[in-house]
Design a protein around this ligand. Structure first.
Ligand SMILES: Cc1cc2nc3c(=O)[nH]c(=O)nc-3n(C[C@H](O)[C@H](O)[C@H](O)COP(=O)(O)O)c2cc1C
Length: 207
């Protein structure tokens, strides 16, 4: 009688282990996580960040997290499949807070020498007061930091990412600029899916 119970329990245990082994990886494959990290003082870049997130969410099977750069933890950063970073233009370059965020990947999170951001998808967005006063440089320097970390950088919305002019004759963020931000988020999520599927299908190629 006792041995019957033992075998019943053993059988239940085996079934449970098989389910964990088979179902868990399938579940992990069912979504990609995109982190949208930004700095913003007067709210323009923040508005773009939320539009990028909307674009991400338009792709089925994605999860998005929107955070100010100083709030991003090592765990949130390293578990994301893709990262989109946004900055206001300060003197034709990214804001100091955004640069500190990248520097802290090493100082606080120890990203190197393991290249913990390797093969994650990366992209940039920016807002600037004037039409031609540093938005593209800002996005390129963000992308340069990502390239240095062996990330896979993509554009979308515009040639280097999504951007908006916020002062002068073009105050605030208009519908076209929001549409560009959504297009960037959508593209990042799509490429993140391509990378994730490729990893699952061809693990030996990527090692
Ligand atoms: C210190 C400082 C420097 C700035 N430098 C530039 C600049 O070089 N080019 C530009 O187009 N806008 C510049 N701006 C304007 C901001 O980039 C712009 O207002 C931006 O949209 C602010 O973003 P936020 O609302 O997310 O804080 C500067 C603003 C500040 C405060």
């Amino acid at each position: 009688m006792q041995s019957k119970l033992f075998f019943k329990q053993l059988f239940a245990c085996c079934v449970w282990l098989i389910l964990v082994a088979v179902v868990s990886p399938v579940q992990a494959e069912q979504f990609v996580t995109v982190l949208v990290a930004y700095h913003s003082v007067s709210g323009h870049t923040e508005k773009m960040a939320h539009a990028v997130a909307e674009g991400v969410q338009s792709v089925p099977g994605t999860r998005v997290r929107v955070e100010r750069v100083e709030k991003v933890t090592a765990e949130v950063l390293f578990t994301a499949d893709a990262l989109v970073v946004g900055s206001p233009v300060y003197w034709s370059n990214m804001a100091g807070e955004v640069k500190t965020f990248f520097d802290n990947w090493q100082f606080k999170f120890g990203v190197w020498p393991d290249f913990k951001m390797r093969n994650k998808v990366g992209a940039a967005f920016a807002t600037g007061g004037q039409v031609s006063s540093g938005k593209e440089v800002t996005m390129l320097t963000i992308l340069a930091a990502m390239l240095g970390n062996q990330m896979i950088v993509v554009s979308g919305g515009g040639a280097f990412g999504a951007s908006a002019t916020t002062e002068g004759k073009s105050p605030g963020i208009d519908q076209d600029e929001l549409a560009d931000a959504r297009a960037l988020g959508k593209r990042v999520a799509e490429v993140a899916w391509m990378v994730k599927r490729g990893e699952v299908k061809q693990p030996s190629v990527l090692q």
